[in-house]
Write a protein that binds this ligand. Sequence first.
Ligand SMILES: [Zn+2]
Length: 74
Amino acid sequence: MPPMPQLNDFYTEGFGWICRHCERQFEREHTADESEAEYKDPEPANRPLAKWTDKTRRFLTCPRCGITEAAELS
Ligand SMILES: [Zn+2]
């Protein structure tokens, strides 16, 4: 298995790329909610997953904050 590229703005947990910026915001929103019942594990679908901008999989973009980074594997 080829090594995953190390990106400044995204990281992968194996099932997809997650925006570091939105992940921080996401966790702030969840930890700030301490008055809400008990902590629930975030569903992957609720996390800020990035998308490829095209079929060549060269650029990742975050649909939430709009950041884009080149992620060339070669
Ligand atoms: Zn983002």
